[in-house]
Design a binder for this molecule. Structure first.
Ligand code: NI
Length: 192
């Protein structure tokens, strides 16, 4: 059975706050986790009319391994291919910091304006276990920072939990609107 959106865990599930383990060898089990991550992301997207399933970390399907998958094309839903980064490590953060909107497949119906570095450099292994280096800026840099956070048990809401003005919801028409801070609190997305 391929993984579905129902394999994705969401806050306040505490499993999301754990640190993921390093992958030593790309085994069949690791390859299965990667296939499940892609399938779960695409199934989630199939149920969301206004959003693209941009990326996922393995911990989000409750497999706490340092693996992230990132969509190749953020604009085109028909391109269902992903980059795979194993043991991702951001080696350089470069400014300026920029605020922009983020959502997360593990944070249901809450969006935020999150400060991130505008450029990063990352080292990782690819799907074949070969070392790679990545330089990213803009939206891709943002996504990579968000996903690498997941491998350390950090959620995007943690960056803005003291900023009541930073929260948004998506309307039925697919537009972002301010979300009341008390309403956000009541969803249990913040750390205890
Ligand atoms: Ni996320």
């Amino acid at each position: 059975m391929p993984a579905t959106k129902d394999n994705i865990i969401t806050l306040p599930d505490k499993q999301l706050r754990q640190r993921s383990q390093k992958v030593n060898v790309v085994t069949d089990e690791v390859r299965q986790v990667i296939a499940d991550m892609k399938a779960a992301t695409l199934d989630w997207e199939a149920h969301r009319p206004h959003e693209l399933g941009v990326a996922l970390a393995a911990v989000q399907i409750n497999k706490p391994l340092k693996i992230i998958v990132v969509r190749n094309d953020f604009e085109d839903k028909n391109d269902k291919s992903f980059h795979v980064f194993i043991n991702p490590n951001i080696t350089k953060f470069e400014g300026p910091m920029e605020d922009d909107y983020e959502g997360c497949l593990s944070v249901t119906d809450v969006y935020g304006k999150v400060p991130r570095y505008s450029k990063i450099r990352m080292r990782a292994l690819n799907e074949n276990g070969e070392p790679i280096r990545v330089r990213a800026e803009g939206f891709l840099a943002r996504i990579i920072q968000h996903e690498v956070d997941h491998t350390a048990g950090v959620m995007f809401v943690d960056h803005i939990e003291n900023n009541p003005e930073a929260f948004y919801k998506l309307t039925d028409e697919g537009k972002l609107e301010k979300l009341d801070y008390e309403q956000v609190r009541s969803t249990g997305v913040f750390r205890d």
